[in-house]
Each structure stands twice: as structure tokens, then as C-alpha cells.
Design a protein around this ligand. Structure first.
Ligand code: HPA
Length: 276
């Protein structure tokens, strides 16, 4: 079985276990601290990743994650609560299999959230950042490496506009309506799991990054490759500045992500309400 066939197999298993996947379903990946979003899903059906053939299972015990299907603000959704990361040892292709499979199930819109460090000195902790563009700095890794399957997209896909303009406009309008301050910027993805040295942070800022994190870009690349509409929002959990660098612990990132979700959750709910 090649990768394309294997993803088809994964997709048919998901379709068998979930309720019928309606047109207009939004897939959303809930990053660190945003698990609370999935709590409000109505009429839910859950499917743990470890039950699904072909999906990588997280090495972090108890954090394997699951799909949660239902409705949020009247919009049909499939939340992916928990994601696998490149730093766990999987390939970029493996960590994006679930996105390919949801596409095969008919999903055409993807909302990605994550926790990220702010490298733009003007951006504050706790503020959501709309991702307008990205830098794939997961050096040597691309989810499109290897055989290309034309059924999904081109060998050399255009990346001039990965994050859908209409969805970005909608997100801005929702933030304005709720009086939530939201920054807009470029997300740079690193493999991790190390956080940045001051020299690395300085380099990323010089390269044009506003925020840095360890996820999202591989998922956005495969979704855009297949022509899905992609929206990405980072939750800025720490300042990551070279000249006043502070120690960051994973616990602090998670704690801040929880606090910052105070703005992120209503914002995402408003977006879902109006996504159409
Ligand atoms: N660097 C990389 N990943 C992160 C950070 C950071 O400062 N904060 C949250 N995820």
C-alpha cells in the first residue's frame, strides 16, 4: 500500500466511526492551552487517535489525543484535541496524516491553533496572533518530501498565500467585534524540542519572524497543497527576546496558554459562528 492508499484507508475508518461528515465541516487543531475549546462541542462523538489505523501515536503517555466531532456555534466541527510533533521523532509526513485523512473525509476548512513565543518586541503575552504567513524553519523537513500524489496537489505547490485571505478578514472582524486585541504576523516553525538561545531568537527576528513555535507549519503546508482553506492563530505564551531573554519552562508556557485562552476561546467561537 502506498501512502495515498494508506491515507484513504485511515479516512474510511474515521468515516465509519464518526457520524456522517457534513459539508461545511471545519477541522480544528486545538494547541496547548486551547483544549477548553473542545469542551463546548455539542452532540459529540469521540475517536481516540490510537484506535485509528495509520496515525502516529504520541510518545507522551496519556496525551495520545482524539478527534471530537460535533457542532460548535452551530457549525459542524471535527476538533483534533492533541497533536503529534516533529520533535517526538515522527516524520513531517506522519504528523500530517490526520489532516490528509480529514480532507479525504470531505473536510475543506482547517483552523490551526498553537502556543508560540513572541519574537516581535511589540507583541505582548496573552495576545492572539493571526498568522498571515510562515517560515518553515524545521530545517530539512517538509511534509511533501517523497512521492507526490497528484490527486492531492502539485509537485511544486505555490505558497504565496497559505492562510486564506477571506478567513483572515473574518478573524479580524470577529476580534474587532469582541474588542479583542489581535496581532498579525509571521510564524516561524522550528523542530524543537529545545527552546531558543538568545542568538537563535535574534536570527529569527532578523529573518522576519514575529512568533516562533514547534508546530502548525507542516499541517498548513499539506492543507494548502490540497487546496483547503487554512486559518492559523497563535496564542503568544512568552516573550522570546534576545536582549532581555528570560528562562522559559514548559509549565510556564502551558500556564500562560491557559490564561491567554481567555481571549482565544471567545474569538474562535465567534469565527466559527460566522464561518459559513
Ligand atoms: N519557542 C518555541 N516554541 C514555543 C515557544 C517559544 O518561545 N513558546 C511556546 N512554544
Amino acid at each position: 500500500m502506498n501512502y495515498y492508499e494508506s491515507v484513504k484507508h485511515t479516512a474510511s475508518y474515521i468515516q465509519e466511526k464518526l457520524n456522517k461528515i457534513q459539508a461545511g465541516t471545519v477541522a480544528m487543531v486545538t494547541g496547548s492551552g486551547l483544549g477548553g475549546l473542545a469542551d463546548d462541542i455539542q452532540d459529540r462523538v469521540e475517536l481516540p487517535y490510537d484506535d485509528v489505523p495509520g496515525l502516529p501515536v504520541s510518545s507522551v503517555k496519556g496525551h495520545a489525543g482524539k478527534f471530537i466531532q460535533g457542532t460548535l456555534q452551530g457549525t459542524p466541527v471535527i476538533a483534533m484535541a492533541g497533536r503529534v510533533h516533529l520533535y517526538e521523532g515522527f516524520s513531517a509526513r506522519e504528523i500530517t496524516t490526520a489532516i490528509r485523512a480529514l480532507y479525504e473525509c470531505g473536510v475543506r476548512t482547517l483552523l490551526l491553533t498553537n502556543a508560540a513565543g513572541a519574537v516581535n518586541p511589540a507583541f505582548n503575552v496573552g495576545t492572539p496572533m493571526l498568522i498571515s504567513d510562515h517560515i518553515n524553519f524545521m530545517v530539512g523537513h517538509s511534509p511533501l518530501r517523497g512521492e507526490n500524489f497528484e490527486e492531492w496537489g502539485e509537485r511544486f505547490p505555490d505558497m504565496s498565500c497559505v492562510y486564506d485571505r477571506g478567513l483572515r478578514e473574518l478573524a479580524m472582524q470577529c476580534a474587532l467585534k469582541l474588542s479583542i486585541r489581535m496581532e498579525v504576523g509571521t510564524y516561524l516553525a522550528v523542530m524543537g524540542p529545545t527552546l531558543e538561545t538568545p542568538a537563535e531568537t535574534r536570527m529569527y527576528r532578523a529573518m522576519g519572524a514575529d512568533a516562533v513555535g514547534m508546530s502548525t507549519v507542516p499541517e498548513a503546508i499539506v492543507a494548502h497543497h490540497m487546496g483547503m482553506r487554512v486559518l492559523g492563530i497563535s496564542c503568544l505564551t512568552n516573550k522570546n527576546l534576545p536582549d532581555c531573554i528570560q528562562e522559559v519552562t514548559h509549565e510556564e508556557v502551558l500556564e500562560q496558554a491557559d490564561k491567554a485562552s481567555a481571549d482565544m476561546i471567545p474569538l474562535v467561537l465567534e469565527i466559527l459562528k460566522n464561518i459559513g
